[in-house]
Design a protein around this ligand. Sequence first.
Ligand SMILES: N=C(N)NCCCCNCCCN
Ligand SMILES: [Mn+2]
Ligand SMILES: [Mn+2]
Length: 285
Amino acid sequence: MLLHTYRSFDMELPTVDLREADYVILGLPYDGTTSYKPGARFGPVLIRQATLNFESYILDYNIDIAELKIADAGDVSLPVNVEDSIRVAEETIRELREVNPNAIPIFLGGEHSMTYAPVKVLKPKSYVVFDAHLDLRDEYQGSRFNHACVARRISELGVKVAIFGVRSGTKEELIYAEENGIEWVHARDYSYEAFVDLVLSMPEPIYVSVDIDVFDASLVPETGTPEPGGLRFWDVVEALEWVSERKDVIAFDIMEVSGDKLGNITALTAGKLLFHILGMLGEFR
Ligand SMILES: N=C(N)NCCCCNCCCN
Ligand SMILES: [Mn+2]
Ligand SMILES: [Mn+2]
């Protein structure tokens, strides 16, 4: 076990020791800056539990992900304060890299605020994110590390940012995007072609983040700030297939899953996406 982690719930998959893994799951169960619907601290448990519903054989790729070498490093034990939590998450991810520098991590959240930690440690050149929100605020509800600020903090690290599926933002965020070369695609304008067009020229390596609220609210009612008018499940899967096959993706996350009932529709959406990500990684890499 890594320092500052605990085991919460087992997925519907055999796992291997972290040292031997090609892929590693790590939960970031933080919800201290939630602004609307609470419960993101249960996201990682809910996603793992939802995988019990799914076959490990993925029809789309003709692959059984039970045969992949996947480790589950558990969940990081996070303190109350958001900046302290980011620090503990960073330390844990650094430790994980020391134990196994080659495994591709898939982080499960937990608020989007936590994505800052893996990005700081893994130092991608680009951040490709699916999100209903721009997350480009300088500050929100008293914190610069609020979930609504994470894309801005990441862009300030010098990482190239592109955001897909957006349908919520402020004038201030729009101006920041424009002044800082941050590309984004409205959910109404989203297409596979628009995604490929933008991501094709982005510098590598790439960190891919899925804020689960990018999906239509009907697919993800249990998330911190649900928004109607979102993407379909296959929109995101097809984009991830392209980027994981064609570009150097060093990590993924699935964030902002919440709720207090096992088997909730949001967790099922996230669990199914997790299995597809593992399937495409097994197929393409
Ligand atoms: N990145 C995010 N998830 N942002 C959500 C911001 C919520 C805006 N509430 C609007 C309240 C208006 N009174
Ligand atoms: Mn977000
Ligand atoms: Mn969002």
